[in-house]
Every structure is written in C-alpha cells, then in structure tokens.
Write a protein of this length. Structure first.
Length: 188
C-alpha cells in the first residue's frame, strides 16, 4: 500500500483536539495507557507488564519514526476545554488489513469521545490520504470498540484469530469503503 506523504495534521471536532503525537506526550501516555482494561485487547506486541519507559520507547522508536516515513499517522486526543491534557491516542497505519488503532483513558470512556475522534481520522484516511478502504481488526470480545465501528458506519467482513496482550482471541475484521464513507457523510 503506497500512500502520499501527508503528515498528521491537527484536527478538531465538537469536543476534541487531535494533535500529532510528540515525544513530550510520553509522560501522559505512561500515566493513562498501562491499565489492564485498556491494554488487554491491544496488539500482542505491546509489552505487559508495561515497562516504566514504555511510552517513551514506543514514541521514540516506533510511532515517531513511522510518522516521519509517512507510514503511520498518530494523534493525541485532548478535550477542547483542557487542551494541555492528553486523554488518549488514535492512529492510522498503512498496513494491509490493519489501518486504525486507538485507546482512551478510563475516566473518559463511555462518553462517545472515541467515535468523535474516529470520524475525524477516518475522514483524513479517505479525503487526505485518498485510500479506497479502511480495515480494522478487533477482538470479538471488545464490545466498546465494536460499538465505535458500528456507530461510524463500518461492517464486519470476516473473523480470524489474533494475538493480543491478553492472549489469542477470535477477531472481527471491520471495513468501510470510501464510497460508503462519503455516502454516510452526505446522509445517504
């Protein structure tokens, strides 16, 4: 998958600021990310227990270099009324069959914030990067993530098995095409 090199740009939604991740985000990520309720259904490559320098290492060695190469786009999620406080992160990846990932700190879950962030980055995926399809695998047991996909117009296309921090789980692969996205955005 070859994509144009468009850097992650800051975005806003009704309640959120999405800012490209920077190394200085490491302390906030380290504070909010390593909770079992958040990490159990993330990719099995994430170390657990999460090391004390996990966020710094991830940003410095994985996320920021991938952003510089134009292969991934990562944003911090912040509330508009608290712009200095990172509450989660969302990313797009130019990987076959795995194009988006996200997490949100526990105090902010269940408020529709992630659906709002997903709408913004999905629009970036289709309208800025010009992709034809967005695919997202997720653990079948991750009901909250499933609801985000349903709310944002995706449909499940197949099941597989993937490795997560909590072990191997049945996985649903969700998808939306650019034509479906545009029709949904037009209200049709």
């Amino acid at each position: 998958m070859t994509l144009p090199h468009s850097p992650a740009a800051p975005m806003t939604t009704a309640r959120l600021l999405l800012r490209p991740l920077v190394l200085e985000d490491a302390p906030a990520i380290q504070r909010h990310f390593p909770h079992w309720e958040i990490v159990r259904f993330v990719n099995g490559r994430v170390p657990w227990p999460y090391p004390a320098d996990g966020a710094l290492t991830y940003l410095r060695d994985i996320a920021l270099p991938a952003m510089a190469r134009g292969e991934e786009w990562h944003w911090s999620i912040r509330l508009k009324d608290r712009p200095d406080d990172l509450i989660g992160a969302i990313a797009l990846m130019a990987q076959e069959g795995n194009n988006r990932g996200f997490w949100l700190g526990l105090p902010w879950q269940g408020q529709g914030l992630m659906s709002e962030a997903v709408e913004a980055v999905t629009d970036f995926w289709f309208e800025v990067l010009g992709n034809e399809v967005l695919r997202v695998p997720k653990a079948a047991a991750n009901r909250a993530s499933r609801r985000v996909s349903e709310r944002t117009g995706m449909r499940m296309i197949r099941t597989e098995t993937h490795a997560y921090v909590s072990g191997e789980h049945p996985t649903e692969v969700w998808e939306i095409t650019r034509a479906e996205w545009r029709a949904r955005r037009r209200g049709g």
